[in-house]
Design a protein around this ligand. Structure first.
Ligand SMILES: [Zn+2]
Length: 297
């Protein structure tokens, strides 16, 4: 749906309308949102998207690997952990366009990304690995079992207008107080000490750049927005909108096997670039502006 609820408030998500249920929540100045825009029903948006795009039953999805939804952090396992969060699932289908269901496309993309990450020695955790409904709070809870991980939510976009296309990546800065406290503790911030955590933004940049480069998709840039998952998850967290199912050209690309492979290579490549940066510099993206000498962490 285009209007998404946070704390009971329905808010409109700019021009890039996200047709899904709980997947993405943006807080923009609510006072500027016309009432008529807020009340566009999902079905209407879904129908308009279906009209734009011809049905395409030919989409072949990769078989998701059976993985435990929540694996406890294993002692002695030093592999970096990446939590992949395929948006929607179960009764929440997300965007529907031309016979393609967003929830399926999200899981397909996440499964492809996971394969690449595992090959590179990364431990991957899924918030869902099948067509089950997982609430945003549950997704954040799963992710927050891993203080020292990366969280990447994968979605597909849609608009009431046919023209928007391209990839965009979201992060949230600052995060919720509880999420920030966890990371302050992790990095040894003193009580009341200034602590700047730009890791979400940096992860978003790496993924966005690598995605655009790998696919040639229109680069819509990274965006700082208050979304439930990226705000509540304490580790660096981003949400990738892989492209617009409401745009004819992009929808065709997104349904093609070769494009989805390029896309997953881009997402995984961006994650790996970030992980390499952290391996070389433990304080990557984190700073204490009040300190004159680095603590050496
Ligand atoms: Zn979505």
């Amino acid at each position: 749906m285009n209007s998404l609820a946070i704390g009971g408030l329905a808010l409109f998500v700019s021009a890039a309308v996200h047709l899904s249920g709980e997947g993405k929540v943006a807080v923009i100045e609510a006072t500027k949102v016309p009432k008529s825009v807020q009340s566009v029903p999902d079905e209407m948006l879904a129908r308009s998207a279906s009209r734009i795009l011809p049905p395409s039953p030919a989409v072949i999805f990769v078989k998701p690997e059976p993985v435990k939804r929540v694996a406890a952090p294993a002692a002695g396992d030093l592999r970096p952990v990446v939590i992949l969060d395929p948006g929607h699932g179960g009764r929440d289908g997300g965007t529907i366009a031309g016979g393609a269901l967003e929830k399926q496309m999200n899981l397909d993309a996440a499964t492809r990304v996971a394969k690449r990450l595992r090959k590179a020695g990364v431990r991957v955790v899924f918030t869902r690995s099948d067509d089950s409904y997982v609430s945003l709070a549950q997704r954040a809870m799963i992710a927050n079992r891993f203080v020292d991980a990366l969280f990447v939510s994968i979605h597909h976009n849609a608009s009431t207008n046919e023209s928007p296309r391209g990839v965009e990546t979201y992060y949230t800065m600052p995060k919720s107080g509880s999420a920030e406290r966890v990371q302050r503790r992790r990095f040894g911030a003193r009580s009341g000490e200034a602590f700047v955590d730009r890791r979400g933004e940096l992860l978003a940049t790496e993924i966005q750049d690598a995605f655009a480069l790998a696919t040639g998709a229109v680069d819509r840039g990274i965006k700082n927005q208050i979304l439930v998952v990226t705000r509540m998850v304490s580790c660096p967290a981003v949400l990738v909108e892989c492209g617009f199912l409401s745009n004819l050209v992009e929808a065709k690309n997104l349904r093609s096997e070769s494009y989805r492979e390029k896309m997953s290579a881009g997402i995984a490549g961006g994650i790996m670039r970030y992980l390499n940066a952290v391996a070389n510099q433990k304080m990557f993206g984190v700073s204490f502006p009040g300190r004159t000498v680095e603590s050496g962490m």
